[in-house]
Design a protein around this ligand. Structure first.
Ligand SMILES: [Zn+2]
Length: 256
């Protein structure tokens, strides 16, 4: 039975870095956003035109190039991809759209499943989102800073509540904590997932084929905390709103 590690969280929360850490492990195949691969292919028929994280085109890639999806059901296609990996563990960085398919496999005992949930502090998230409304008036930007904080809490809660209701074991990882000491955090994650520990700064021994992610050919990982949000008064404001203050701390306390 394949051990599936579901890497999940809201976007812009540092999930890509985690994906890259996992991809260094010899027992892991890191598959990235599996849901995009399956859905994208179906929707446009052009899924093979983009590049896999290994640097090759999907059609030429050792992993993706030799998969034939039958498209009977999302769960079956997903299992086919998991089983195609020749490592005991696979990492799937799917979002809520694809989680039902993974759950179907979990409930019918076709896979074992653990979730690593990543969360970025509200200030960093808000700052990243506020860039898209930078051209609007101050009043509009102010309203968005409240909206993004609300959205951040709602979405994080939604995923966590869902995983909990399905009795999936969850380990939460904070973006800030991960940047401060990637080795310490990975050691904890490895223990939680039942993986052996690795030197995260060491040689890349993984068989990573991350779909729709950054390329992982580089041997060294650079994890640098992005503190730019502290220079944005609106991002700082959103981090101080009462309904989000301490939310991240509570999540990290509860799930780690
Ligand atoms: Zn590849």
């Amino acid at each position: 039975m394949k051990h599936v590690i579901l890497l999940t969280g809201i976007s812009r929360s540092g999930g890509t870095i985690l994906s890259q850490l996992f991809s260094k492990h010899p027992d892991v195949t890191s598959l990235g956003e599996l849901w995009s691969f399956i859905h994208g292919k179906k929707k446009t028929g052009q899924g093979t035109e983009k590049y896999c994280g290994c640097g090759k085109k999907y059609s030429d890639c050792d992993f993706w190039g030799s998969i034939k999806l039958e498209g009977k059901s999302k769960a079956e296609d997903t299992l086919k991809i998991y089983d195609h990996a020749n490592t005991p563990f696979v990492v799937d960085k799917s979002n809520m759209d694809h989680i039902p398919a993974i759950l179907e496999l979990y409930r019918s005992k076709k896979i074992s499943l653990r979730a690593v949930f990543f969360i970025r502090e509200i200030g960093g998230y808000s700052n990243s989102r506020l860039k898209s409304v930078a051209g609007k008036s101050k009043a509009i930007q102010f309203l968005y800073s409240i909206f993004y904080a609300y959205f951040w809490r709602k979405k994080n809660n939604e995923i966590l509540n869902f995983l909990e209701s399905e009795n999936i074991e969850v380990f939460a990882v904070g973006y800030k904590q991960m940047c401060e000491d990637p080795q310490k955090i990975f050691t904890k994650i490895a223990k939680f997932c039942g993986l052996s520990n690795i030197d995260v700064y060491g040689e890349n021994k993984g068989k990573s084929h991350i779909a729709f992610g950054n390329r992982t050919k580089k041997k060294t990982i650079k994890v640098k905390y992005d503190s730019k949000w502290k220079e944005n008064p609106l991002a700082v404001f959103s981090s101080k709103l009462p309904f989000v203050r301490l939310f991240e701390e509570k999540v990290l306390f509860k799930y780690s």
